[in-house]
Ligand binder design. Structure first.
Ligand code: SAH
Length: 253
């Protein structure tokens, strides 16, 4: 009997942001597969098996999950945020397409989750209210020159820019270069948001500007949002809000 494989988004961290569909899918699984810190967010259930893996081994993890499903298990692969945004869902489809024909009979579903950018945007107001581009700054899976090419296009297109994977111990300088590139197209007063560990312990949200943005404040658990020429910071109700209006004009960039 061929089993089932669901790729489930756990949201940014807090249990109340996990969707009911994600909770139901996790509860129905016989086997959970994923990176240990993400599995730790899922309540233990008697009789359910857990298969922990390293964060870097996405394709190996996808193959392990597919093998379990091919044996007839109901497998849930967990991802943080949304599983289709820089996460496991693509790895599963890549493995199915490239590897064993038997995997093509598995019933695969993707269960969406609240991606970090949506949770971060909600904390500060509505910075993603108009057109935006989402770019991963990691050059583990693509050349840095491609990152620069896409950043240049997004910056010259006057998009709000969301940066996932802005920095890690192994990639300390990329964010500084990215901010300098965007600053060539945008006013120094452009709003920049550093959203660290959104909806997790230690959450910190900093609202700053391109001129004052300090790249050393970002790490692997930070997401960056850089405003477009229309994005505004205003203070009301005793705190700062950032939003991008619903209308836009052709700006000089
Ligand atoms: N699938 C995930 C993204 C995985 S890539 C999603 O949809 O959110 C990993 C990157 O996501 C991190 O380097 C960071 O930039 C961002 N991220 C994930 N969770 C976050 C959180 N709770 N707070 C801030 N950034 C987060």
């Amino acid at each position: 009997m061929t089993g089932r494989l669901s790729i489930v988004g756990l949201g940014p961290g807090a249990p109340e942001v996990v969707t009911p569909l994600a909770s139901e899918t996790l509860a129905a699984a016989t086997d959970l597969v994923g990176y240990a810190p993400y599995l730790a967010r899922v309540a233990e259930r008697a009789g359910q098996r857990r298969h922990e893996s390293d964060n870097r081994e996405e394709l190996a993890r996808a193959r392990e999950a597919l093998d379990l499903a091919a044996e007839g298990k109901s497998v849930a692969v967990v991802s943080s945020g949304d599983p289709g945004v820089f996460a496991m869902a693509s790895a599963v489809f890549e493995a199915i397409e490239a590897d064993k024909p038997a995997w093509r009979d598995i019933e695969v579903t993707v269960v969406p989750g609240v991606s970090a950018m949506l949770a971060a945007a909600a904390r500060v107001g509505a910075p993603l209210g108009h057109d935006f581009c989402v770019i991963s700054l990691s050059d583990n899976l693509k050349p840095w020159d491609l990152v620069l090419k896409r950043l240049e296009a997004a910056a010259s297109g006057d998009f709000v820019i969301v940066l996932y994977n802005p920095a890690s111990k192994a990639r300390p300088w990329q964010l500084g270069e990215a901010l300098r590139l965007v600053a060539r197209h945008r006013a120094s007063s452009t709003p920049v948001i550093f959203a660290h560990a959104v909806s997790q312990k230690g959450e910190r949200i900093d609202i700053t500007t391109l001129k004052d943005a300090d790249p050393s404040r970002a790490d692997m658990r930070t997401l960056i949002i850089i405003g477009s020429s229309a994005t505004k910071i205003f203070s009301g109700l005793g705190r700062l809000f950032v939003y991008t209006p619903r209308h836009a004009e052709l700006a000089e960039t």
